[in-house]
Design a protein around this ligand. Sequence first.
Ligand code: ZN
Length: 322
Amino acid sequence: MTITRRAVLASTALAATPMGGPVLAQQSPAPQQSRQAPGFYRYKVGDIEVTAIQDGFARRPLEGFIRNAELAQVQQAMQDAFLSTEALSITFTTLVLQQNGRLTLIDTGNGDSGAPTSGLWMSNFRAAGFDPAQVDTVVISHFHGDHINGLRLKDGTAVFPKAEVLVPTAEWDFWMDDARMNQAPDAMKGGFQGVRRVFGPIAKDVKRYEAGKEIVPGLTSIAAPGHTPGHTSFMLSSGAGKLIVMSDVTNHPALFVRNPDWSAIFDMDADVARATRRRMLDMAAAEKAQVAFYHAPFPATGHIAKDGSGFRFVPVQWNSGV
Ligand SMILES: [Zn+2]
């Protein structure tokens, strides 16, 4: 087949003008795109490659969000961070760990059960080059829907067909207790039912882990109760690399790293959660360790510095390669 000049011109968007001379086809004005690049970000912890995967956000009115602070104080903290004084955008960032050809997830995002502004996890995960069928292990930090619903779609489909699922023993014992579910106030019943929806079909296969154990190579669980009874943080170590995976020790850092004694309405035991938050933030500041928060602005990783009676979260600088 011979390629004619006419074919080349047609295929390269050159067109003949009425005057006969080839010119570039008329450019249409560039439309605004309104979407970001896929939300994933990679960093190294020793030999382990970590990929943060974003799952969008949910808006939460500030009114009533914090139990033990006046709305005006909360609005001031938001204003200090140049954030809206009406509502908080709570973002969701899970972690993928890769070492020795094995893929481990820490938490799963909202799946198709979250706010309409969430649910981006799977497209971001695939854009990062992963396939759900490759996942070997899913480690769950606690049983709130934004952490577990990605395991199972609403229609019942298991999202990670070959993955072993590891959950905190204390969390399992609390949420899978039928007597406790029956006694729970109506507002909490949905939480118990959601846990059963996700874990019921795989109850026999779910592996439970204790605090203070290395549960996959390099990843050690740390008891961090209060947010929920079995809420768990993690220390990820490889060589000289260290990352403290905080999970939900704090919600947005602009509120709860700055004011570690504030209690979000999500914290089931406010006093225990506050003690855990102080202990974990103190540890991160003392060790100068890198930290990851599930609900910090993407890529949801940085360092903690002491600042007055609270702390400051210092995000990492974007790194274009690892
Ligand atoms: Zn959460």
